[in-house]
Ligand binder design. Sequence first.
Ligand code: VOV
Length: 252
Amino acid sequence: MSAPITLDGWYVYHEFRTIRWDRWKSLSEGEQHFVLREWNQFADEQRKLQDARQGSFGQFIIAGSKADLLVIHMRPTIEELSQLKAQMARTRLFSLSDSTYSYISVVELGGYNARPGVDIEQDEALQARLKPSMPTHSHICFYPMNKRRLGQDNWFMLSEEERREFMKAHGMIGRQYAGIVKQIISGSVGLDDWEWGVTLFANDPLQFKKLVYEMRFDESSARFAEFGPFYVGHQVDDRALGEWLIGVPETN
Ligand code: VOV
């Protein structure tokens, strides 16, 4: 039994934050705008790097009370992610918030995606999947997961053929959501507490529920999947982030 070959791309850093609302509310409006301007400047630098294909960046507001904000960075190295952590820690927005969860992983594709005779580095379509720009869909869903190792349901004891069959059925369900839900699967064995990070993007958050529910009935999930905490939210530009933090007067 040997581990399947994977294609690994950029490292991924999910950082979840909760705002210290008491401290935020104690700032004057001018101070709040200053905090936002500083953050927007940082975000702008990240978007420029993304445009130059040197990394990937997204900012999201998370629903529910597990977190308020999610920032995602992708970079070629772990060191760059640690640099970004320190850079963000130096911003006032991060001084006014606490980390509630973070996740480190690396974008992962099945080895069979490599085309025979084609250099992976020269395969533009593959490179775009291994080093993805942040999808522009309005909504995001993130959760970490494991494949079970329990008695008869031990994913890692299956033969290559069995695993391939399971993943084929899994992929068939996923394909029905082409153009509706985009997935970034990142491997985290040896990097973080779970084996994979699942980051889904869609313009209609109900499609997350439909897809994940459908997959629950598929054998690869029904028998083998174990899940960590789920997060759902929406992607924000700088203006929407500012309005969410400062509060906009209701119009009626
Ligand atoms: C948008 C939907 C979608 C699509 C099209 C899709 C397709 C595919 C394909 C073709 C492949 C095979 C490897 C490769 O070629 O990349 C995978 C691989 C994988 N997936 Fe997936 N997946 C989706 C979506 C999707 C979801 C929603 C989940 C969470 C499962 C659930 O129950 O909540 C998931 C998980 C995974 C995982 C953990 C792996 C790696 C497992 C391993 O052992 O290697 N995935 N996935």
